[in-house]
Design a protein around this ligand. Structure first.
Ligand code: PRP
Length: 213
């Protein structure tokens, strides 16, 4: 058991790209390539076991030690601030955290600003840093709808291509920080499996560098 490294992969397009990196790094898993409805996959020869988990849950699995390592977006790490080691920027899932609003938005500082977001902690940190009173409206998706329907004045959300904003008459008013996917590790898992995890990190870094060339 102890010699298998448990990896939480973010289910979806990002996770598939992450798995391709692990595969290129020497950690393939045939079962995962034809998953059906299964969620765990193992390649004992490569010493690896993968789980598909919801992207926003990767950090929880890793923090609690259900997975030794995982790949999570920097947005999730800044929102939940899990107690994990961040080992590598894998260079995938690049986007930006932004404040966006309808094209004609003008901030009225006499009023509390209504902010719709999936990232309440990130939004609160940003606005407390600039001393602006806000009310958070926590949503779980389709955030762009909120200002269109008058539910909020602005949104704090991820912008990748900008297409969702554009097609809904919104624009970026403030870019807060860049985001990309990070390899993270459970703190005690890292102590016990350090050699194996360091090797995975090193090989992933090589795959990343070859991709960038
Ligand atoms: C994310 C984000 C934006 C969109 C940005 O949503 O919340 O809505 O992607 O991408 P773009 O700049 O390339 O248009 P996601 O696809 O995760 O769906 P959600 O609305 O369910 O959160």
């Amino acid at each position: 058991m102890n010699d298998i490294v448990n990896v939480a992969l973010p289910k979806g397009r990002l996770g598939e790209k992450v798995y391709e990196m692990f595969k290129a790094a020497g950690y393939p898993c045939e079962a995962l390539e034809d998953p059906g409805r299964r969620l765990t996959f193992e390649n004992p020869d490569a010493g690896i076991r993968y789980f598909w988990v919801k992207p926003s849950d990767v950090a929880i699995y890793v923090e609690k030690g259900a997975a030794d390592i995982g790949v999570a977006g920097k947005d999730i790490l800044l929102e939940y601030v899990p107690d994990v080691y961040e080992l590598l920027d894998v260079g995938l899932g690049k986007c930006r955290m932004c404040v966006a609003a309808p094209d004609d938005f003008k901030d009225d500082y006499r009023k509390t600003l209504r902010v719709a977001t999936k990232f309440p902690h990130v939004a609160k940190e940003h606005y407390s840093g600039v001393g602006r009173d806000i009310e958070i409206i926590k949503l779980n998706g389709s955030i762009e709808l909120a200002p269109i329907l008058g539910l909020s004045d602005v949104i704090v959300d991820i912008v990748e291509t900008g297409a969702t904003l554009k097609q809904n008459g919104l624009k970026v008013f403030d870019a807060l920080f860049d985001i990309s996917a990070r390899l993270i590790a459970n703190k005690s898992g890292y102590r016990f499996k350090r050699e194996k995890i360091d090797l995975i990190r090193k090989k992933l870094e090589t795959v990343k560098e070859n991709k960038d060339d």
